[in-house]
Design a protein around this ligand. Structure first.
Ligand code: ADP
Length: 258
């Protein structure tokens, strides 16, 4: 795989006290830099802005109002980028922030502009694009016209846009199981998935779990987009982001959607 999109989830990046997990960020910076230095095109899609923002503001509860979430996200986003920037600097890399909206798929002009930006950034020897949804522009959680829905689906859209060979989805779980391991302790890891059919969606708790966003449901929606475009996705545990290097070395970890 020469062109890789990595998505990292809130559950992996943020500690329970709303502090960013610096160990994870450092190791992620190391893994991405290593790939970049090996000549690979690497793009990161990172969640965590609201979580980090809560830490900055000393909030111990996620605000209920969407506008408040947008404010917290905008504060958290700069802090998060600062952490990435600093971590990447250790390896001679620079962070390039890209905040996207659905415009990039809906409007040809926006599409052209974002593609031009990707091209220039990936032509640089040391830049790593770090992507998030532009939360202050996109409207409500429920408005699917303006929201990508979530960063899982955003990462699949990015993988489609740049024609990536592989999407590595890092979460707080080792892969996709035949039942939610939180509820079914002896659930078994599924090695490979070839189609996102209703039986598979059922294993993720079905439609409508967690209000239809987050959890496995959105990861399966991302996988569906990936399979439709004949691309590959690996869902793996991001607690040690150096797993990215194991994956590219061909180690059999996580669940491969192919
Ligand atoms: P992230 O913050 O990384 O995006 P989420 O917490 O949204 O991750 O989703 C991961 C969670 O999905 C797991 O911790 C697990 O509890 C849940 N889950 C539900 N069904 C499954 C399944 N079949 N296999 C694995 N995890 C599942």
């Amino acid at each position: 795989a020469d062109r890789i999109v990595v998505k990292i989830g809130t559950s992996t990046l943020i500690r329970h006290n709303s502090q960013a997990n610096l160990q994870v960020i450092k190791q992620l910076a190391y893994a991405l830099s290593t790939l970049r230095k090996a000549g690979k095109d690497v793009v990161l899609v990172s969640s965590g802005a609201i979580g980090v923002g809560m830490g900055v503001l000393g909030l111990n509860q996620r605000p209920h109002k969407v506008s408040e979430q947008q404010a917290v996200a905008s504060i958290g986003q700069t802090e998060l980028m600062q952490l990435y920037s600093k971590a990447l600097q250790e390896y001679g890399m620079v962070a390039a922030q890209m905040l996207l909206t659905r415009d990039v798929t809906d409007y040809p002009e926006s599409h052209t502009n974002v593609m031009n930006t990707f091209q220039e950034l990936l032509a640089l020897p040391n830049a790593i694009p770090i992507i998030n949804e532009n939360d202050s522009v996109t409207v409500t959680e429920m408005d699917h016209h303006t929201k990508f829905g979530d960063n899982d689906q955003l990462s699949a859209i990015v993988a489609n846009l740049i024609d990536a060979d592989l999407l590595i989805m890092l979460s707080d779980i080792d892969g996709f199981y035949n039942a939610n391991p939180l509820k079914v302790p002896n659930a078994k890891l599924i090695d490979q998935v070839h189609a996102i059919d209703p039986d598979i969606i059922e294993l993720a708790g079905g439609h409508g779990s967690k209000f239809g966003t987050g959890g496995m449901t959105t990861k399966l929606k991302a996988a569906k987009m990936i399979l439709k475009h004949h691309q590959e996705m690996i869902l793996a545990n991001g607690k040690e982001p150096s797993i990215i290097l194991n994956i590219l070395a061909g180690d059999d970890v996580g669940t491969l959607f192919t």
